[in-house]
Design a protein around this ligand. Sequence first.
Ligand code: ZN
Length: 278
Amino acid sequence: MRALIKPNDCRHLAAVPDDGYPEVMRELRFPASLALAGGRAAAFSCTMALLGRLLLPAWVTLSRGQSCSSSASLEGAARTRSYWRYLRRLVRGAPQPPYTRVCQVGDPVLRTVAAPVEPKQLAGPELQRLVEQLVQVMRRRGCVGLSAPQLGVPLQVLVLEFPDRLFRAFSPRLRELRQMEPFPLRVLVNPSLRVLDSRLVTFPEGCESVAGFLACVPRFQAVQISGLDPKGEPVVWSASGWTARIIQHEMDHLHGCLFIDKMDSGTFTNLHWMEVND
Ligand code: ZN
């Protein structure tokens, strides 16, 4: 979940253009789709795509994505795949999960129900690597929570952290209003959620997987999350206010649910709407 949300971010409405977005994103997110598809069909598509990319300049492949879109920002995103990046991919191959970047809405992995981590994987090197990558990306992005599906791995693993540095970035008034408290790094494997206080509290929130947007989302006032740490030891954590919101947001990711599914749609906001008007 995004950490910094300004007090007035939710004041204005924003229109969402219907511009073939999922189709464009399928083009751009090819490796993740492949990881999910599996089987011969996927291998065949992979081979064909690779052949296509070997035979055609990068811009030819990408221009298909651009033609689907009437949105300037999406065209911009498609154009940013440089020839250098194309060459690097030829040499290194496609990136594999866990990615070093956060998957964006449209990627099927974000709509997948995450599988539990097998007991034999606990304390293993793969889980360790996944957790390290989650923590690294969360800190680099300056967000307060990240789930394994957001790095392309459909497993029930979460990392959460609200460090003092981010906490102090909010005004004292907002900290009090949103009941914010900093907390140290928490890692949860195979977590489950219990509602302790079902009163709904609505505040704006954003998501690293819906980059550039936010909306007001109702969340339960207090919850308890229980699961395992990466070594298999039980973890139980009760939280209220903003911390409970972060937990609920990240738990939703494990069920293929994004904040846009629960938001007050009239408050959906593009963070850059004012720049467009300048
Ligand atoms: Zn999120």
